[in-house]
Design a protein around this ligand. Structure first.
Ligand SMILES: Nc1ncnc2c1ncn2[C@@H]1O[C@H](COP(=O)(O)OP(=O)(O)OP(=O)(O)O)[C@@H](O)[C@H]1O
Ligand SMILES: [Mg+2]
Length: 267
C-alpha cells in the first residue's frame, strides 16, 4: 500500500445470493481527503461499504484499510482497525431504546475500558461538537428530528476519535438548509480533526461543496475517479448523465463551483 492511501480496494468481487453485485471494484482513498462515492440506486454502494467494514463476505479481491489487509487479518488485528474508524449507516441506525448520549457511548462501552462518569463527559463533548444542545442529550431517537438524529449518528461515528469516517448518505432526508448545515459541519470536523472521509451520497450539492475527489460506481465497477472536473469529462454513460444532466449542469456551471460552503439553493 502506498503510504498516503487510507483505503485501498483492488478487484473486489461480491456476490449475494446468486447475483454478482460488485464485479471488480478498484479505488483508493487518500489520507485527509473527503472522497465522495456515487452510483445509481441499487448499484451496490452500501454493499461496498458493508463489505469493507467486514459485515458482508467478499468472493475475491483485496481490501486494505489503514495499512492492514482486512481480508486476511486476524480477529485481533481487525479489532485494532475497527477502533480507528467510525461509521454513519444509511438508516441512521440509532438504538431506539437508548438516549442520544447512550447511543454515542455505545462504541466506548464496546471498545474502551473507562469509568462511566468519564464516558458521560466524553459523549457529551461529542454531542456538543455536532451541535446538539444539552437539553436534547437525554432524549430518545423518537423524540429527535431527522437532522438531530443525523447529528447524533455523526457524534457516535466520532466516539472513538477515529482517523477514518464512513458516511452512507449523511444528508438524505434533510431539507436543503439542514443538508447544507450538515455538509458544513462535516467539512469543519474533517478539517479540525484531520479526518479522512469516505462519503456515499446522492447529493450533488454535497459533492460540489465538500468532496475533494469522487468515485463513481456503475455496472459493478468504479468507472471514474477524480475531481468534479474529471467527472464532468467522463464519457461513461451513467457518469455523463449524472454529472451533465439538467440538475447537475445548473449546479456545476454556477460561478462558485469548487468552493466549500456555498449556500444551497435547490433540493
Ligand atoms: N444482504 C443482502 N443480501 C442480498 N442482496 C442484497 C443485500 N444487501 C443488498 N443487496 C442487494 O444488492 C444491491 C445493491 O444494494 P445497495 O444497498 O448496495 O445499493 P445502493 O447503491 O446503496 O443503493 P441506494 O442508493 O438506494 O442506497 C441491491 O440489489 C440489493 O437488493
Ligand atoms: Mg445505499
Amino acid at each position: 500500500m502506498t503510504g498516503d492511501n487510507v483505503i485501498e480496494v483492488r478487484d473486489l468481487v461480491v456476490a449475494l445470493g446468486n447475483r454478482t453485485i460488485l464485479d471488480g471494484v478498484t479505488f483508493q482513498v487518500r489520507r485527509g481527503e473527503v472522497f465522495g462515492f456515487v452510483g445509481g440506486s441499487g448499484s451496490g454502494k452500501s454493499v461496498l461499504l458493508r463489505t469493507i467494514i467486514g459485515l458482508l463476505p467478499r468472493r475475491s479481491g483485496s481490501i486494505e484499510v489503514l495499512g492492514t489487509r482486512l481480508d486476511t487479518a486476524t480477529d485481533a488485528e481487525r479489532r485494532q482497525i475497527e477502533r480507528r474508524w467510525g461509521i454513519l449507516f444509511q438508516q441512521g441506525a440509532l438504538f431506539s431504546s437508548l438516549t442520544a448520549l447512550q447511543n454515542v457511548q455505545f462504541p466506548m462501552v464496546e471498545y474502551l475500558d473507562l469509568p462511566q462518569r468519564l464516558m458521560d463527559e466524553m459523549a457529551a463533548t461529542k454531542l456538543e461538537m455536532v451541535g446538539l444542545r444539552k437539553a436534547d442529550h437525554h432524549k430518545l431517537p423518537s423524540e429527535l428530528s431527522g437532522g438531530m438524529t443525523k447529528r447524533v449518528a455523526l457524534a457516535r461515528a466520532l466516539a472513538l476519535d477515529p482517523e477514518l469516517v464512513f458516511l452512507d448518505e449523511p444528508t438524505s432526508g434533510l431539507d436543503p438548509i439542514a443538508a447544507g448545515d450538515f455538509d458544513a459541519l462535516i467539512r469543519t470536523l474533517q478539517r479540525t480533526l484531520g479526518l479522512t472521509v469516505f462519503m456515499i451520497t446522492h447529493d450533488l450539492e454535497s459533492l460540489k461543496t465538500i468532496c475533494d475527489r469522487v468515485g463513481a460506481l456503475a455496472d459493478g465497477r468504479v468507472v471514474a475517479t477524480g475531481s468534479i472536473d474529471t467527472m464532468l469529462q467522463s464519457e461513461h454513460p451513467w457518469v455523463r448523465e449524472y454529472f451533465r444532466g439538467r440538475r447537475a449542469t445548473a449546479l456545476f456551471s454556477r460561478p462558485d463551483h469548487g468552493t466549500a460552503g456555498s449556500p444551497r439553493s435547490e433540493a
